[in-house]
Ligand binder design. Structure first.
Ligand code: LLP
Length: 436
């Protein structure tokens, strides 16, 4: 699992650092990122495009995990960055990320967010709908600028991990529909406006996808549309963005393909159609989030109380839960875990790992085989790097855990633990004096 292994003390070691000493140093719960693995994933995408000699931008989808340090790491690895809100954009700018490599997504960006983006000269705005097309045009007029855009289209290919739904008109809140004329009207409006430099089109078909089929189908449909637009408007896109969604292994049940295979399949399809249309191969942009950071993250928890329901189940509670990882509660997402302080001890019992929130649904893992655990033990849950910290919350007024990067035997705190003071920081008292 990445650079993690079991060290001489029988402890889980991540990036050359003993996880048990990390838990002691920073407390639990704790998010630990093996950043060598993040670098490796980033390079694997980049290298595949380079090997195939295709102009590309790999934009890390920062919704998966965004902090100033993470954005700086993305910069170091030469990727671009996808942001979806003023907050993610602000994080990117605070980290000093080159604005021309930032792409701005979202189905309801505000005037203020769009203005912030264009005032900072960001690389591209992905326009999602007609309302936004006119709002952005207004922002451009007010600021006297021309802005590079992509149009987000809904290709009518939707991936549900293993099966694809191809429909005439997809029921989605995102994008201009490709089949019912919406996308045609949108391109006409965009091309007619002096406010826009239309780079091309974008689609995103889903997340945690294990096959190349959906990307190939989406590319095919987009090229069909590109041919119509070429004939009708003489418009030839310079960019084709196929979104993110590349799947990762959360548990032994998942069987992902190498990241390079997605890229190779996409490029093969793109080359074929570009030739048919007698056009230059467009720049290919992709937006991986989960596949860059997912398996690089491990969450460390301390085990606390337990409860036995005779003949049915044993619950072990940890000091975090749906506040730091809402995915099991929200999507029935599955994870695997070990005792970090004695990884190789034999499994003696089957337990279910409960979070500490006042909610029955706050369960992290059902039916996990573990050595008999006590409150001295540290539980390490794997693959929590994507949509864990980024979807964390303060339910039950539980402070968010800190984030630590590890690499080559060194650890760097990149997000501090929230304190109880942070929890009440924005609260305004009703009475002048509040006892602390
Ligand atoms: N591009 C667009 C336009 C997207 O909407 C997304 C994810 C991505 C790229 C990145 O997808 P990825 O490579 O990470 O699969 N919270 C959910 C996942 C939501 C994904 C939303 N969009 C989860 O925890 O599984």
């Amino acid at each position: 699992h990445g650079t993690s292994k079991v060290n001489g003390n029988g402890h889980l070691e991540i990036g050359g650092v003993d996880s048990v000493s990390l838990a002691k140093k920073y407390g639990t719960p704790l998010y630990v990122y093996d950043i060598a693995l993040i670098r490796e994933r980033a390079r694997s995408f980049r290298d595949t495009f380079e090997k195939l000699n295709i102009k590309a931008q790999v934009a890390y989808a920062s919704k998966a995990f965004s902090t100033v340090a993470m954005v700086q790491l993305v910069e170091e690895e030469g990727l671009s960055l996808d942001v979806v809100s003023g907050g993610e954009l602000y994080t990117a700018l605070s980290a000093g990320f080159p604005a021309d490599r930032i792409h701005f997504h979202g189905n309801n960006k505000s005037y203020e967010e769009l203005e912030m983006a264009i005032k900072n000269n960001i690389g591209c705005i992905v326009v999602d709908n007609f309302y936004e097309l006119s709002l952005l045009e207004q922002v451009c007029l007010d600021n006297q600028v021309k802005v590079p855009i992509l149009l987000r289209v809904t290709p009518g290919v939707e991936a549900h991990t293993h099966d694809y739904i191809t429909t005439g008109q997809e029921d989605s809140k995102f994008g201009f529909d490709l089949q019912n004329g919406q996308a045609d009207t949108a391109i006409e409006q965009a091309l007619a406006s002096t406010a826009f430099n239309v780079l091309g089109i974008h689609s995103h078909i889903g997340s945690q996808i294990f096959e190349t089929t959906g990307f190939v189908l989406a590319a095919e449909k987009m090229f069909k549309k590109m041919k119509e637009w070429k004939d009708k408007h003489g418009f030839i896109p310079t960019v084709l963005n196929l979104g993110g969604g590349f799947g990762i292994r959360y548990t032994h049940e998942d069987d992902p393909i190498p990241l390079s295979q997605y890229v190779e399949a996409i490029i093969e399809e793109v080359k074929k159609h570009s030739k048919e249309l007698d056009m230059d191969i467009p720049e290919i942009w992709i937006e991986p989030g989960r596949s860059i950071v997912g398996d690089a993250g491990t969450t460390l928890y301390s085990i606390g109380s337990n409860k036995e329901v005779p003949n049915i189940r044993k619950y072990l509670s940890v000091d975090g839960g749906m506040t730091d990882n809402i995915r099991p509660a929200l999507y029935q997402a599955k994870y695997e875990a070990v005792l970090a302080n004695r990884v190789n001890d034999g499994n003696e019992e089957t337990v279910s790992i409960a979070g500490k929130c006042c909610e029955s649904g706050d369960m992290l893992i059902w039916d996990l085989d573990l050595p008999k655990a006590t409150s001295d033990d540290i539980l390490a849950v794997f693959c929590t790097g994507a949509y864990g910290y980024s979807m964390s919350n303060n339910y039950n007024r539980i402070p968010r855990p800190p984030v630590v990067f590890v690499e080559n035997g060194e650890d760097h705190l990149v997000v501090k633990r929230e304190s109880f003071d942070d929890i009440v920081r924005l609260d305004m008292p009703l009475k002048a004096k509040v006892k602390k």
